[in-house]
Structures are given as structure tokens and as C-alpha cells.
Design a protein around this ligand. Structure first.
Ligand code: PAF
Length: 294
């Protein structure tokens, strides 16, 4: 595995692989790797010749009051995990190379970025779309892999790639969960023992929402109310949002009549965690036959 900390070296290697006819799989990360990231690397390894994982804590996607400075960084540990998962290159450019003095170009995806996480983290997706565009330009992947946990991020990236004719295939892989259902996240490392227990309410509340839809509930307000009540019962939890939205436009839906994204963001103590599930409504005839509420 190669460790590459210079943009020009990474770009040279990418050109070389292209010349040799090798396909490049790319997993962009901010490090503090966990099983969620590693599952992306393993999948990339199955489908592409060379797997590049980037580790770059991108300052422009953090708000002023957010956790940029304390974001977990442990390159030695990440190196070992990436190597074991099968990465061929770790690309970890310094901030000074990615954002040189006078840097002034940004990518802004309209419409999808002012809702859900974008509403409470203004500028976040502009930072994400910008850095991913830059990384794509340097690494030149054929396929890039993202996790479904950051559902809105994946939708924003897909739109950016489509709108700008970037010509890279985007694959979104399922959320990897701990045994008790907590979605894996680098930010889980911030949780105390008690908070870690409280954090299970995110997935439990999504399971409740899924159960309601499976039993024929099609009113998003009722599901949001049930999820909200469940989370509110946990003293250490504070809701940022609970939303049921269209899977493409991310707009709130009035009725669950096709597949929807149920997305939540919850503060557990000071740590903001996100999670989501996609659910499909049961067909009307099926719920009526079973005598279930529709
Ligand atoms: O999901 C992340 O870790 C980051 O948002 C990403 C895609 C690496 C961009 O900095």
C-alpha cells in the first residue's frame, strides 16, 4: 500500500493507472476509519483494479462552532485498517495543498442542500461538494463509494456528478451497524458510556417508524410524532430533526405512497448523530385485507 501525501504525486499515479488500463475505485473519508468505511474499501476492491482511500478532514465543511479541531485523527491506526481492508493507496493531502492561499472556487448544489442536515449546518454541503469535486479531479476514479448513513450527502454528490457531467459512477452502500443497531460513525468515539447507551434510541426509533409503515401507516405526521416521542423520552437526547422525505428531491411528503427516506439527527449530549432508513408503503389492498389502519 502506498501512502501519498502530495496532490501532484497522486495525480501522476492516477494518470499512470489510466494508461495501464486499470480501473480506479475511490473511497473518500475524513479518517477515524470504522467498519462502515472498510466495507466500502472491500467492495471497491472487488470491482476495481486499484483502490484509493482519501483521508482528509475537510475544514470547509465544518461550521464555526463545530468539531473540526477535535475531530478524531489517528493516521497510524487508519493506515493499518485501510491496508487490511485491501486499499492500494492512502491519499492524505495537507490542508495547505488542497486550499492554497486565495482559494476561491466552490461547488454549490442548489435545492437539495438547504434541508435536513443542510438546514442546521449551513455551508456544510458546499464544503462537501467542493472537496469531493477536487478529490475526483485528482484521483480520477471510475467508481466512487459512499455510505447510505450520510444519505443526503450521497444524493447531493449524485446530483453534482450528473449536473456537471463528471463521468464517475457513484455507488452507495448500506449502513453498517453495531450489534445494538447504532449506525457506525467516527463521531461515536465522542460518546461516554451512558451516552453510548442513549444513542441506541436513534435506530430503535427508526425501527418503530419502519414497523408503523409495515402495518400500513401512511401518514408521515403520525410516524414523526411516534419517533419524536420515543426520542424525547431519553433525557440525554435532543432532536435536531425527524423528517420523512422523497428519496430524490428530499422534500417532505404529505403521504407515504412510494419509497421514502426517514431521516433523523439527534444530539446525544453534545454529539450530533444522524441515521436513516428507506421504507416502502405496503400496498393498499394488502393493508386493507389485514384490517390494518391505512
Ligand atoms: O463523508 C465524509 O467523510 C466526508 O463528508 C467526505 C465525503 C469525505 C468529504 O469530506
Amino acid at each position: 500500500m502506498k501512502l501519498v501525501d502530495s496532490i501532484s504525486r497522486m495525480a501522476t499515479l492516477a494518470r499512470m493507472y489510466k494508461k495501464e488500463g486499470k480501473s480506479i475505485g475511490f473511497v473518500p473519508t475524513m479518517g477515524a476509519l470504522h467498519e462502515g468505511h472498510l466495507s466500502l474499501v472491500r467492495t471497491a476492491k472487488k470491482h476495481t483494479d486499484v483502490v484509493v482511500i482519501s483521508i482528509f478532514v475537510n475544514p470547509i465543511q465544518f461550521g464555526e462552532t463545530e468539531d473540526l479541531d477535535k475531530y478524531p485523527r489517528d493516521i497510524k491506526r487508519d493506515e493499518e485498517l485501510a491496508r487490511t481492508a485491501g486499499a492500494d493507496i492512502i491519499f492524505y493531502p495537507p490542508v495547505s495543498q488542497m486550499y492554497t492561499d486565495g482559494y476561491s472556487t466552490y461547488v454549490f448544489v442548489e435545492g437539495l442542500t438547504d434541508t435536513l442536515c443542510g438546514a442546521s449546518r449551513p455551508g456544510h454541503f458546499k464544503g462537501v461538494a467542493t472537496v469531493v469535486t477536487k478529490l475526483f479531479g485528482i484521483v480520477k476514479p471510475d467508481i466512487a463509494y459512499f455510505g447510505q448513513k450520510d444519505a443526503q450527502q450521497a444524493i447531493v454528490i449524485k446530483k453534482m456528478v450528473e449536473d456537471l457531467n463528471v463521468g464517475i459512477e457513484i455507488k452507495v452502500l448500506p449502513i453498517v451497524r453495531e450489534e445494538d443497531g447504532l449506525a457506525m460513525s467516527s463521531r461515536n468515539a465522542y460518546l461516554s458510556e451512558e451516552e453510548r447507551r442513549d444513542a441506541t434510541v436513534l435506530y430503535r426509533s427508526l425501527e418503530k417508524a419502519e414497523g408503523m409503515t409495515k402495518h400500513g401507516e401512511k401518514d408521515p405526521k403520525k410516524i414523526i410524532k411516534a419517533v419524536t416521542e420515543m426520542i424525547t423520552e431519553v433525557p440525554g437526547a435532543k432532536i435536531d430533526y425527524v423528517s420523512i422525505v422523497d428519496t430524490k428531491s428530499l422534500k417532505n411528503v404529505d403521504k407515504i405512497s412510494q419509497e421514502v427516506l426517514i431521516a433523523i439527527a439527534v444530539y446525544i449530549g453534545k454529539t450530533r448523530l444522524i441515521d436513516n432508513i428507506m421504507v416502502k408503503p405496503v400496498p393498499e389492498a394488502h393493508s386493507a385485507r389485514k384490517g390494518l389502519a391505512v
